[in-house]
Ligand binder design. Structure first.
Ligand code: ZN
Ligand code: ZN
Length: 157
């Protein structure tokens, strides 16, 4: 493995650690928890949407992100067009924070008073290509569910 790939792997590792720490802080902020688990059917639905969207070119990356410099990134189904850096995701949150979208289930689209914030942390991926190494950044996938969809995601594995 060449020095550029080793350096990119180190940077990707640091980005994953930073992303997991931010995930943990966010979970504590909303009195939640994090842990390892097999994604439920709702999580699998969103991960498939993200995967297929990236492969089809329907989901892009905000212009701050570079495959040569992995950093923590974010994707949410209510702003599905892009994987975003922290700054761009903060703007996206601010746009919906006082709208009805903030109380609409991301899976069934019904309005709900009680929303269950849920998320999946994806690791970074480094590709050791012949020309130069490239990285897909770690992606925090977060979404809000109504109680019914939240329960179906937890029980049907
Ligand atoms: Zn950005
Ligand atoms: Zn729902």
């Amino acid at each position: 493995m060449n020095a550029a790939t080793t350096a990119l792997l180190d940077q990707a590792d640091a980005a994953v650690t930073q992303s997991l720490n931010a995930f943990r802080v966010f979970a504590e902020h909303i009195n939640g928890t994090i842990g390892a688990a097999i994604p439920g059917p709702v999580a699998q639905h969103f991960l498939t949407q993200l995967h297929d969207g990236i492969h089809a070119g329907a989901i892009g990356f905000c212009h701050h992100l570079s495959p040569a410099a992995p950093e923590p990134t974010f994707w949410a189904p209510w702003a599905a067009g892009k994987v975003r850096c922290k700054t761009c995701m903060t703007y996206a949150y601010e746009r919906v924070s006082r709208t009805t979208e903030n109380h609409r289930c991301d899976r069934c689209r019904r309005r709900a008073i009680t929303m269950h914030t849920t998320g999946v942390q994806l690791p970074a991926v480094v590709l050791d290509l012949p020309t130069r190494p490239l990285s897909l950044p770690p992606i925090a996938v977060t979404y809000g569910l109504c109680s019914t969809c939240h329960e179906s995601d937890r029980t049907a594995v």
